[in-house]
Design a protein around this ligand. Structure first.
Ligand code: THU
Length: 145
């Protein structure tokens, strides 16, 4: 695990919950928010953005990461995610664990051993995993030599 404090975890969860309200979800009605902690301390939020051509939809995690990279993020220390059916507010009934594509995109910018993935159902109900637990034996930039 990293040196992330409980206060920072709470900030990430709160940001993810705020951005969850911005989810564009006319098809799944499943609202997801995410928040990324950059190595320089900045936090970037994102939501899922769906599309009438379903495959063009983007997950909340990737929205947050792409925002962060476009604003100059170098490395990612942690990411929080919260997702559940539209209408659920303070406490959601499901865990939105990052999909396979998002795990690989997180991997591009994070150390599997230390990056925290905070999977929340509310500000008090969450669990923390490392990226390496979610994506073992991963392929990253270092593997290209
Ligand atoms: N989704 C996310 O944004 N993140 C996840 O971790 C799981 C799934 C989105 C994709 C789609 O818009 C909706 O949730 C249902 O799959």
């Amino acid at each position: 695990m990293t040196q992330i404090t409980e206060e920072t975890r709470q900030q990430l969860i709160q940001t993810a919950m705020e951005y969850r309200h911005r989810a564009y979800i006319p098809y799944s009605h499943y609202a997801v928010g995410a928040a990324v902690l950059a190595a320089d301390g900045r936090i970037f939020g994102g939501c899922n953005v769906e599309n009438a051509s379903y495959g063009a939809s983007n997950c909340a995690e990737r929205t947050a990461i792409f925002k962060a990279v476009s604003e100059g993020m170098d490395r990612l220390l942690a990411i929080a995610v919260i997702g559940g059916p539209e209408g659920e507010e303070e406490q959601v009934s499901t865990e939105a664990t990052p999909c396979g594509i998002c795990r690989q995109v997180i991997r591009e910018f994070a150390d599997p051993e230390t990056c925290e993935v905070i999977i929340a159902r509310s500000s008090t109900n969450y669990r923390v995993m490392t990226l390496g637990q979610l994506l073992p034996d991963s392929f990253g930039p270092e593997n290209l030599g």
